[in-house]
Design a protein around this ligand. Structure first.
Ligand code: NAD
Length: 932
């Protein structure tokens, strides 16, 4: 570990290697990974080991040494593999006068079956410790277990606290009933910040109930690295006061620091944790004081390995006159033993946090401990047992973190539905959207009051009996009128300076940000998008507006050319002309807005032709763009059927660009139609066509299956599989197959299929009855040509277009199920022997849109980067949810031909380039400066 502290690159490799090791099922696999991880850039003895790993004879020996090494390391932090194994050790600890709490390590819980298994393990633990296990029944040192509530349900979804509380209680209540009966104390552990309020909510709901309100043997954790930890203590104090029975609070620094910081940066949010250690320590001291003041309603337990923190806690509790038996200090198993003994000798109760479990499921815990022990920021590496006492006891600097430097383009952050106030805003927006049902949405072409012969009803996919609104149906003639108006308005917009066009788009982004919940709510009803999906659609649209505004400014400056004296050479870009934007319903705002804002950024006039299923959100977008300052003729809204007005627009002689996103069949038709030159036409049309996919994810035999199962489920069944990027094939390599298929099947069977309005829903209904019938025809093929592995449920009490999520295996590779885009919640599972074969299966498609790989094998990852040729390849993450500017999106082959949306080249497609050269030399005299 010394090497890991001093060498950051080696530290990363070591942590990754430790993470993958338990899943390596043969000595060849271990030797192979050692070689790949440590061949270069490692301390000499490790490099030597990795060099000999190549020789077959050494493999068994090497793999034994390596396994032993890591298991010894794990032994330092993990008490044993089962409760029975640690009983003697716990008894010894108690004999010394030290208490304990046992935590059961486990895999991520992805299904009801896994949550049941977890509960059984906990009940077993409680029985083992309670029935004659070490600890006094009547004293403060009674048996003590630590529980993670996320392990008691596969749906720990913070956006739906009541539903989660109900689900968790079904397991949590029997657990604490058993604990109470057997005199076992239960402490609730805290995990990532997004689960914090949810955990409090469940804790309060259950412990505040009539059955448990007088039970004093319960506690909860507060993490001092959180900026709002003092508020959490305030909330707990209020709860305990109302309840009338004390609650123990374990105050810790917090174990998810790295993850919180990284996620906040990825989501452009300010971090919920202090980014420097001094500020965390200062907050710990603030929280200590609050706990002391909240006594006896709250009973403090200080989880810390820092002598300064311990000392201040002793001083504060003594000064306030807290009895020592009501104060305790907790330390992790295997860490700071000397310090624990010293605290114990000063007459305080100490408690050891003992994780128990198999090393494979315990990996996440072990990696967190190793991170903590090898981080230079960690207090532990300062080796307190040898360090300078003055330095160690110095008061922490309560440094405020500086604001993070912001780049020019920053992605819009997702809505924090884990906060009650954000949920209320969304709920209010849904109510408001419902109140608007029945409204009319007319065309918006240059002149107002265009009379239409027909109005189309838009019905909610989750409530087919409900008419959400009436939308004017544009005729082909209306389309023609819009083209003429666009052609008239185009030159002025083209000649508007790029920075002014950009300012209009940024204003639109601002308006959309203000109205984000209204727009999200519209999509919940119109397209059956669950909360998070609808929110994702809105922020993607905001990102496009801002990102393409930046592109407009960049392209507006023209391109650099070779410079020579006596000549002025310029290269400029300008809008092509009239752009027809034909969008699909599945990202009804993001894709429409993306194509339209790129056209507008480029200086084109845009005519929006939304999909028949999603014209209401499109009407809102068109009016928002006008409100932001896009001139009327420059953005127009022409809803109607693709076969009539859509086709008329594509064929119109006055159209210069067709930006289409949709199915392959329609895309190819449009390409053909746009190639036909009509009388009076002066331009060759530029067609940008983004089409379907048949995407595969490969699960390697060393993949982290917690990650792979949940990533595949999200990629395949999120929004009922109605995403072009959705995974519809999964290819599993070798020995991972059995475990993967079992866990996948249980996870799919546990999915919550329900209405999109309910934030607890995982899988909403599909867009229409026609879509449901089409998907069911594919399911029939699956039943005939393959074997059904898993079938999710459909809600009995709802009337929407529901399709149960399905997984098939043993489907022939040439079956339509393996080849065609289904666009529904249907997944096919294949098995291969090698990774190379898996890539071959994954690539066996005429589409090339997205692909995914779950692997911890560097060589296989490198191979996939080279050979798994798709538009967007995702390694160790889901295949959906591309982010503008970070994962520019789009495919090739039969998936499309345009440049990537949300990437640096996209806007360019809506532009023509002009080169202008002036000879500036007159009679041999040339100006010196080019004078641009
Ligand atoms: P679709 O092809 O049925 O319709 C797309 C649009 O084309 C609609 O606005 C429709 O009215 C219009 N249209 C239909 N026929 C037309 C014609 N003859 N002339 C002009 N316009 C016509 O697709 P959909 O069902 O709305 O969307 C789902 C499809 O979109 C899937 O295949 C999916 O993979 C694809 N998609 C691709 C991407 C991508 O970026 N590659 C993104 C989202 C969706």
């Amino acid at each position: 570990m010394g090497w890991a502290t001093s060498d950051p690159a080696f530290r990363v490799k070591l942590l990754r290697f430790v993470d993958v090791l338990p899943s390596l099922r043969s000595s060849a696999a271990i030797a192979g990974h050692v070689r790949q991880y440590f061949r270069d850039d490692a301390p000499a003895p490790v490099r030597f080991g990795s060099a000999v790993a190549g020789a077959g004879a050494f493999r068994p020996v090497l793999s034994r040494i390596v396994r032993q090494g890591v298991f010894t390391m794990a032994d330092r932090f993990i008490g044993g593999s089962s409760p029975a194994e640690v009983l003697d050790w716990l008894a010894g600890l108690m004999a010394e006068g030290t208490a304990y709490t046992v935590d059961l390590l486990g895999e991520a819980v992805l299904s009801e079956a896994e949550a049941d298994a977890y509960l059984e393990r906990y009940l077993g633990l409680i029985r083992t410790l309670g029935a004659g296990g070490p600890g006094k029944r009547d004293g403060v040192t009674q048996p003590n277990v630590s529980v993670k509530l996320s392990a008691l349900t596969p749906h720990f979804e913070p956006a739906a606290p009541q539903a989660v509380a109900d689900a968790v209680s079904r397991r949590f209540v029997p657990l604490i009933r058993a604990a109470r009966e057997l005199g076992v104390f239960v402490n609730i552990d805290m995990e990532q910040y997004r689960y914090r309020d949810l955990t409090h909510f469940i804790f309060e709901e259950v412990l505040g109930s009539a059955e448990f309100a007088d039970w004093a043997d319960a506690g909860i954790v507060v993490q001092a690295y959180l900026r709002d930890a003092p508020e959490a203590i305030g909330r707990l104090r209020e709860f305990a006061e109302q309840r009338g029975t004390a609650v123990t609070v374990r105050l810790v620094k917090g174990a998810y620091w790295d993850e919180e910081v990284v996620l906040a940066r990825q989501e452009s949010r300010s971090s919920p944790v202090f980014e420097d250690k001094g500020a965390t320590d200062a907050n710990y001291e603030r929280c200590t004081q609050l706990l002391v003041e909240a006594y006896p309603h709250l009973r403090p337990a200080f989880g810390t390995h820092n002598p300064r923190t311990i000392t201040q806690a002793m001083v504060r509790t003594e000064a306030a006159g807290l009895p020592r038996e009501d104060v305790e200090f907790q330390m992790l198993y295997g860490m700071a033993e000397g310090l624990r003994r010293a605290v114990h000798e000063s007459g305080y109760r100490t408690r050891v946090y003992v994780p128990v479990g198999q090393i494979l499921p315990g990996m996440a815990y072990l990696v967190r401990r190793l991170l903590e022990n090898t981080s230079n920021e960690s207090w532990l590496v300062h080796r307190h047992e040898e360090g300078d006492p003055e330095e160690l006891l110095r008061a922490p600097a309560g440094a405020a973190d500086g604001e993070r430097e912001t780049a020019e383009f920053v992605n819009a952050p997702p809505a924090e539905f884990y906060r009650a106030e954000v949920r209320s805003e969304m709920a209010a927006a849904l109510q408001h959207a419902r109140a608007q049902f029945g409204a009319r949405y007319p065309l918006a072409i240059e002149s107002d009051g265009i009379a239409v012969d027909e109005w189309d009803e838009v019905r909610c996919p989750a409530e087919p009996g409900t008419v959400m609104g009436l939308v004017g149906r544009a005729s082909p003639q209306d389309g023609g009128r819009a083209v003429v108006a666009a052609a008239k308005a185009f030159p002025e917009w083209r000649d508007t300076p790029a920075n002014e066009r950009a300012a209009v788009l940024r204003r639109a982004a601002g308006l959309l940000t203000e109205r984000r919940f209204e727009f999200a709510a519209t999509m919940v009803f119109e397209c059956a998008k669950p909360w998070a999906e609808a929110d994702g659609d809105v922020i993607e649209a905001i990102d496009y507006l801002r990102y393409y505004a930046g592109c407009a400014e960049r392209l507006g400056a023209g391109a650099e050319l070779v410079e020579v004296p006596g000549e002025d050479d310029r290269y400029i870009y300008e809008g092509r002309g009239v752009a027809v934007v034909i969008a699909p319903w599945n990202f009804p705002l993001a894709i429409l807005c993306g194509m339209a804002s790129a056209a507008l950024a480029a200086g084109c006039a845009a005519i929006l032709k939304p999909a028949e299923q999603s014209p209401i959100i499109a009407a809102k977008l068109a009016s928002l763009l006008r409100e932001a300052g896009v001139p009327r003729g420059v953005v127009q809204y022409v809803p109607g059927p693709g076969e009539t007005v859509g086709q008329a627009l594509v064929s119109h002689a006055g159209v210069d660009v067709v930006a289409f996103t949709g199915s392959n069949a329609v895309g190819l038709e449009i390409i053909k139609a746009a190639a036909v030159v009509h009388p009076g036409q002066r331009n060759v049309k530029r067609v940008i066509a983004e089409m379907g996919g048949k995407n595969a994810i490969i699960v390697d035999d060393d993949a982290d299956l917690d990650q792979a199962v949940s990533g595949v489920v999200t990629s395949a069944f999120g929004y009922a599989g109605q995403k072009c990027s959705a995974c519809s094939r999964v290819v599993v390599v070798g020995s991972a197959y059995e475990e993967f298929r079992t866990r996948l099947a249980a996870a799919v069977e546990s999915l919550i299929v329900g209405p999109p309005e309910d934030p607890y829903t995982n899988v909403p209904p599909v867009i229409s009855d026609e879509a449901r019938e089409r998907i069911e025809r594919y399911i029939d093929v699956g039943q005939r040509e393959g074997t059904l592995l898993a079938r999710g449920s459909t809600p009995a009490t709802f009337t929407g277009h529901y399709v149960a999520p399905m997984v098939f295996e043993e489907v022939p590779r040439e079956s339509v199920l393996s080849c065609e885009e289904i666009f529904g919640p249907v997944l096919v599972l294949y098995r291969t022997t090698t990774f190379g074969e898996a890539v071959e299966v994954a690539m066996d498609s005429r589409f090339a849109l997205t692909g995914g790989v779950y692997s911890r094998n560097p060589r296989n990852i490198a191979f996939a980067r080279r050979e798994f040729r798709v538009g967007n390849l995702y390694i160790n993450r889901k295949t959906t949810g591309a982010v503008v500017g970070r994962q520019p999106f789009g495919g090739f082959a039969m998936s499309g031909g345009g440049d990537k949306a949300g990437g640096p080249d996209y806007v360019r497609q809506f532009m023509v380039a002009r080169a202008i050269t002036e000879n500036t030399m007159r009679r041999g005299f040339a100006p010196e400066e080019r004078g641009r």
